[in-house]
Ligand binder design. Structure first.
Ligand SMILES: *Cc1c(COP(=O)(O)O)cnc(C)c1O
Length: 467
């Protein structure tokens, strides 16, 4: 008879204890195939438990296929190949154990926004409205490119704000710029070599590198990607940030834009991907229309995002495909499920329709403009002639060139020890340059106006510890 240890404190129900014991015995080979098990009455009385407990355990074992019954002859063990661990039980390596993200006292991150000014109440109102009006569609899987209504609103929005002319059918919504690029790659550019800006957005180069995709890194000057250098490469698809180069902050003038377009017009399979990630914030003069708006030959793939204009964790971005690429996309791309929540798409549609979006952008533009001026003034005050600001005319970050012998690594280490989030241009370089003077990325969106002086003072101490 089996000696099944029954815990009389009932840490788990008796039938489960019997079930677990038998299951383990069968899996580990302790109970051999076709062994006859005791009847429920015999086992129950030998364990001092109810027959119902044994019966429930047997039923569950039958349902999962560990045992079977033969009519009028009882219960038997199924023939199952025992499974045994091949190595000793391993634990998660210590370095893999996740710690809570570091709480910085000050953040100069280029990825953050000021979330406390986000109109959450209005967002919630829009959510209620959206559910009332269109919640029904949540009971099914919707269009892989995103819901039509949002694409319609987006098409009209970017026509007005960015000069992008497109139909909703050309828009693909997705959870990140990185994912949209991946989708584009899978569907439209399997074996096309890419060109990235150097320095450029490291998350996109990381993606291409991880996918073993051929990439040339083309240097940027103060006007953006250098087209004569681009011509020296094999690349057919160039990824650029003309509205506000990441990370140098330059705005590409029309001369460079047309030069780039000409490059793309020279070969049929050449395209330009325009990463228009923070164009909502432009501080001096009017908005500069997108590169896509200049293109007359359907050569630009426009990618926009709500990560900077609303919240990075909305995970809401979109790509506008040129007419010539839509057929190809429909053939292959529609097999990929939509990655952004349809509820979020509905709420965003409502948020755009009510004018809440425009209101928020207007408010944040003023707020960031002010913050940017205060930050630059504080930097000039404290650093004086030891520093030069570049790329500050748009967006949520600029560059700070430092006049110091100090190695950039030391500066960043010190910042980390002082709980300051800080990045340098090295992060955006494919081939980090060694001897150049340190250049920092100053994202100012997450600084609080009242903290700027103190944050800049601490930044100064990171850069010039001995003074
Ligand atoms: C923030 C940012 C984006 C937006 O990325 P998402 O994945 O859409 O959040 C794209 N490009 C650059 C250069 C950025 O800084």
């Amino acid at each position: 008879m089996f000696h099944i240890p029954i815990d009389r404190n009932y840490s788990s129900p008796v039938y489960k204890q019997i079930y677990h014991w038998m299951k383990n015995e069968i899996l580990q080979g302790g109970l051999e195939a076709r062994t006859k098990l005791p009847s429920k009455r015999t086992l129950a009385s030998s364990l001092g438990v109810s027959q119902n407990s044994v019966l429930s355990a047997y039923h569950q074992l039958i349902a999962e296929g560990y045992i079977y019954t033969k009519e009028r002859s009882g219960y038997f063990v199924e023939p199952i190949q025992p499974i045994r661990p091949q190595k000793e039980q391993k634990e998660l390596d210590a370095h893999l154990i996740e710690k809570p993200p570091k709480a910085y006292r000050y953040s100069f991150s280029h990825m953050g926004v000021e979330a406390s000014l986000f109109p959450f109440q209005r967002w919630q109102y829009c959510e209620q409205k959206a559910i009332q009006k269109e919640g029904d569609i949540l009971s099914d899987i919707n269009h892989p490119q995103g819901i039509y209504k949002l694409r319609e609103i987006l098409a009209s929005k970017i026509r007005h704000t960015r000069g992008v002319i497109c139909e909703p059918e050309q828009i693909v919504i997705g959870a990140s710029t990185q994912w949209l690029l991946q989708l584009f790659l899978l569907v439209n550019a399997e074996d096309q070599p890419f060109a990235m800006e150097e320095p450029g957005y490291h998350r996109l180069s990381a993606l291409l590198k991880t996918m073993d995709h051929p990439v040339d890194h083309v240097p940027v000057d103060h006007l953006g990607m250098q087209v004569d250098k681009l011509r020296e490469t094999q690349a057919n698809i160039a990824i650029v940030t003309p509205s506000h180069q990441m990370p140098t902050g330059s705005i590409m003038p029309v001369s460079r834009r047309t030069e780039l377009l000409h490059w793309s017009y020279e070969k049929e399979n050449r395209y330009i991907i325009e990463d228009d990630y923070d164009s909502e914030f432009k501080y001096e003069g009017d908005m500069i229309p997108s590169l896509q708006s200049l293109d007359v030959n359907e050569k630009v793939i426009y990618i926009g995002s709500f990560s900077k204009s609303l919240l990075p964790d909305l995970r809401m971005s979109y790509m506008v495909l040129p007419l010539g690429l839509i057929n190809g996309f429909k053939e292959k791309g529609l097999h990929f499920m939509q990655t952004t929540s349809v509820l979020t798409q509905l709420v965003l549609s409502q948020f755009l329709e009510t004018g809440d979006y425009d209101k928020h952008i207007k408010r944040m533009s003023n707020y960031y403009k002010d913050l940017r001026e205060k930050t630059i003034a504080a930097l000039q005050d404290r650093f004086g002639s030891l520093t030069r600001v570049e790329g500050e005319k748009a967006g949520l970050h600029f560059l700070l060139h430092l006049d110091t012998e100090e190695a950039i690594e030391r500066i960043l280490e010190r910042a980390d020890r002082m709980d300051i989030e800080l990045y340098s241009i090295q992060r955006f370089l494919h081939e980090p340059f060694r001897d150049a003077s340190p250049t920092l990325i100053i994202g100012f969106a997450k600084l609080k106006p009242e903290e700027i002086t103190e944050a800049v003072e601490e930044l100064y101490r990171c850069c010039f510890p001995d003074s």
